[in-house]
Design a protein around this ligand. Structure first.
Ligand code: FAD
Length: 535
């Protein structure tokens, strides 16, 4: 058996995992496992930037107000205040480690995105995420206390379950690390630690059309759920309104900042339509824009709507959005300064996830969750654009400080943990089943659990998912673990959790819109949906 031991285990190398690891390395040894190459993450694809109050005409109150207003009554106010007030200091730390944010006359250049009442998006042109990832990885590489394990896929969290104990609803569960598959050698390693931090990102791959790269299969939520953690608000899936039509998977994102910069949405025959849906027009928040586009497409039977930039200065468009301009021109033969961009919505961000307190603690002892995998309460029923990179740095910092205190005052003892047991399993040859099941889940989620839902559609999705999940569980129990099967199992779990939460919420709010309950119901539903393995 191969055993890796350290003070802290971080699962995931996006902004949350790297930020946590860098700080944790100052107090002890850190194992950071990541399932593909270290830069591969949702973070790496972020274009717009990171929201933080940094100009004299902005204020904490305004940013708090915008965040609460996007979240439609479900944001946890205490979490939002922390997010906004601690944000500027975390931003300074990113600058300090060398993130090259775009400046204008010596000051940070601030973009504006839908739902923000001020220019407050700090960015690195339109490749903010990859620049943040570059700088963090550079700092990580220089730190002797951090060992990065690429191509190591966490399979399951190590808990009492692996000591042969049955997990019970009201008995505390402890986490002592994770089993991880070394994808290159196909060996399952046992990674044991006092503190484990889930930073495994989102789950966009549960949907047929998504902006998320292939890593986003909801592994963290699924692992935490199986370990007994409380999971919340999974119904709130954000669909990005504007991805380039027909650009493959992941869909190429046309940043919201383009609408902030003056881009106008039009139907295929050139009619501006957003003012019919919201007084903010093309600058309305994402959920409103995505639903408006969905309605227009269904009404007209069109495949896409248009995002028009032709009235803007060509040089300005090129200099503000060099990545989008170049990619559209070279990869898709589309000159966005001369032709309107055909766009469609795609699954983009999960507002729900593993429930945490204000210090990143989950309901499982010694297990923290940060970044997109977590539900801290800051997004409520809808995330305000560019608040997620901010959430990752703010709450990973708080989780670090809490974990530091735990390690210094009451370091958890790790019991003897058995090696991964795959006796009685065999090497299967029917791997084509994995891709078929995966596609089926994605289609079900897209068709029945998308932008507009109904009980009928959700129940239909639930029935079909149940059948597929049983099939996958049977296959999983009989087969030696491989990457695709682990991810498929997790996808089927998170798909089911999304449907379960969506069925629970008998109202429409934020990102959850159902034709059966089209109105918001504050009397009964001003609360989170919470699920565990016992309910
Ligand atoms: C195209 C796009 C544009 C975006 N633009 C913005 C923006 O402008 N501003 C903003 O605030 N947000 C934006 N977002 C959202 C934001 O990028 C993400 O929410 C954020 O980067 C999540 O960071 P994270 O560290 O939580 O997860 P990620 O960056 O996704 O990192 C997750 C990591 O976990 C690893 N991992 C997953 N499962 C396992 C496993 N089982 N074992 C081991 N490792 C695992 C992955 O390989 C990856 O390294 C965008 C997202 C996308 C997809």
């Amino acid at each position: 058996m191969i055993e890796i031991r350290s003070d802290v285990l971080v699962i995931g190398s996006g902004i949350a995992g790297l930020s946590f690891a860098l700080k944790a390395a100052e107090m002890g040894t850190v194992s950071l496992i990541t399932k593909k190459q270290k830069a591969e993450s949702n973070t790496n694809y972020a274009q717009g930037g990171i929201a933080a109050v940094s100009s004299p005409d902005d204020s904490f109150d305004l940013h708090i107000h915008d965040t609460l207003s996007a979240g439609v009554g479900l944001c946890h106010r205490d979490a939002v205040e922390i997010l906004v007030k601690e944000g500027p200091n975390r931003l300074k730390e990113l600058v300090h480690i060398g993130v090259d944010f775009t400046t204008n006359k010596g000051k940070l250049d601030l973009g504006r995105e839908g739902g923000h009442s001020r220019h407050r998006i700090v960015h690195s042109h339109d490749r903010s995420g990859s620049e943040i990832e570059r700088a963090l990885l550079h700092a990580i590489a220089a730190h002797p206390n951090i060992t990065v394990y690429e191509n190591h896929l966490a399979i399951d969290l190590v808990t009492e379950h692996h000591l042969g104990e049955k997990l019970a609803k009201d008995t505390p569960v402890h986490c002592w690390g994770a089993y991880a598959l070394d994808v290159e050698s196909n060996i399952v390693k046992t990674v044991l630690t006092s503190i484990t931090v889930l930073c495994s990102g989102g789950l966009g791959q549960a949907y047929l059309h998504t902006t998320n790269p292939s890593i986003a299969t909801g592994d963290g939520v699924a692992m935490a759920f199986r370990a007994g953690a409380r999971i919340g608000n999974m119904e709130f899936i954000q669909f990005h309104p504007t991805t380039l039509y027909n650009s493959g998977s992941p869909a190429f994102l046309i940043s919201e900042a383009i609408r902030g910069f003056g881009g106008i949405l039009k139907t295929k025959n050139g009619e501006e339509f957003m003012n019919r849906y919201d007084e903010r027009g093309s600058l309305a928040p994402r959920d409103i824009v995505a639903r408006a586009i969905d309605t227009e497409l269904k009404r007209k039977g069109d495949e896409y709507v248009l995002l028009d930039l032709r009235h803007l200065q060509t040089d300005d468009v090129k200099s503000h959005f060099p990545h989008i301009y170049e990619t559209c021109l070279t990869k898709y033969k589309l000159d966005i300064t001369n032709e309107p961009i055909p766009v469609v919505p795609a699954a983009h961000y999960s507002c729900g996830g593993v429930l945490t307190d204000l210090n990143g603690r989950t309901s499982i002892q010694n297990l923290y969750a940060c970044g997109e995998v977590a539900m801290t309460g800051v997004h409520g029923a809808n995330r305000l654009a560019s608040n997620s990179l901010l959430e990752a740095v703010v709450f990973s910092d708080r989780a670090f400080r809490d974990a530091q205190h735990v390690l210094e005052t009451q370091r958890p003892r790790v019991p003897d943990i058995p090696a991964w047991d795959d006796s009685g399993t065999f090497d299967a040859e029917e791997w084509v089943l994995i891709s078929h099941d995966c596609r089926e889940i994605q289609e079900i989620m897209w068709d029945y659990v998308g932008i507009v839902r109904s009980d009928l559609r959700l129940e239909r999705a639930q029935r079909r998912l149940k059948f597929i999940r049983n099939e996958i569980e049977n296959f999983y129990k009989r087969t030696k673990v491989v990457e695709g099967l682990i991810e498929l199992r997790n996808l089927s779990t998170v798909a089911d959790l999304i449907v379960r939460c969506a069925l629970m919420r008998k109202e429409s709010r934020g990102l959850h819109y159902t034709t059966d309950y089209p109105e918001r119901n504050d009397r009964e539903w001003l609360k989170d949906t919470v699920v565990t393995m016992w309910e």
